[in-house]
Design a protein around this ligand. Structure first.
Ligand SMILES: NC(=O)CCC(=O)C(=O)O
Length: 267
């Protein structure tokens, strides 16, 4: 399976409209890939909290239109990263969008763990409540976003729902780059999954971004890693390695905690 992670530069020198056009062109250039991935909140920047409200859009707003067309033109599955979504009741969510090669919206995932403690995204946006997986012909994607990477129970839930390839768009800061790499590898090893984690480059709202998008295999080996600047990280991987790794080293079968309880015998 061929994947392209579009590690875009997100900074204040470029308008949202211009970046949207650039993202669309980059997606179209990936024709021939099976899966293309964009980062978290690439229209505004994940730390540009003051811009969330102004650039929030309905699920099927301008970014949806652009990404749907780009996926269809390129003939690829597209994880279009996330947008600041304004729901019908006015609540903002950090929502990831996944498109089929037909251009149809195949899935939307509202980020569950919002970053910022008592500020920023954590107070400006609502929390999603649903785990989301997406079936592709070659693999089943499990969706998570940036700060979610710190919450292993979310990923275990995705694995229980059938995920084999965990896709994590992010706007991860340079300051905590070591955590990013470590956590991406940990989520791959403990869940015996591929991890495709796509971050941003550049500096927005004064926060230098880590870049270093990364693809990890189910054994924890790094298949590809980007540098700090804007880059298309192209990688080829064999989704069958998930089943093979789980067969050869069946640690997931040894789980004792957190599994659904068997029915109690009638008294
Ligand atoms: N946008 C985010 O979720 C940032 C997460 C982060 O900076 C961290 O977990 O560290």
């Amino acid at each position: 399976m061929r994947a392209s992670l579009l590690q875009m530069r997100v900074d204040g020198s470029e308008s949202v409209e211009r970046r949207r056009a650039r993202a669309s062109a980059l997606v179209r250039e990936q024709a021939g890939a099976d899966l293309v991935v964009l980062p978290e909140l690439w229209t505004t920047g994940a730390f540009a909290f003051d811009d969330f409200d102004a650039w929030a859009e309905p699920l099927k707003g301008p970014t949806h239109e652009a990404m749907s067309e780009a996926a269809r033109d390129a003939g690829v599955w597209l994880h279009a990263g996330s947008i600041p979504e304004r729901a019908d009741d006015g609540t903002l969510f950090n929502t990831s969008l996944v498109y089929a090669p037909s251009g149809d919206l195949a899935a939307a995932y509202r980020k569950i763990h919002r970053f910022g403690f008592d500020k920023g995204e954590a107070v400006l946006m609502g929390a999603g409540g649903d785990l989301v997986t997406v079936e592709l012909p070659e693999t089943t994607l499990g969706l998570a976003t940036c700060y979610d990477l710190r919450f292993p129970e979310l990923f275990r839930g995705l694995v229980d729902a059938g995920a084999q390839t965990l896709v994590v768009p992010a706007g991860w800061p340079e300051r905590r780059r070591a955590h990013w790499t470590l956590l991406a590898r940990a989520r791959a090893v403990e869940n015996q999954c591929f991890v495709l984690a796509c971050g941003t480059a550049g500096t927005h709202a004064g926060v230098p971004q880590a870049g270093h998008s990364i693809v990890v295999d189910p054994w924890g080996e790094v298949l590809a890693e980007a540098g700090a600047e804007e880059e298309v990280l192209a990688v080829e991987f064999d989704p069958a390695r998930v089943a093979a790794t789980r067969e050869q080293f069946p640690a997931l079968k040894d789980r004792l905690l957190g599994l659904p309880k068997p029915p109690r015998p009638a008294a």
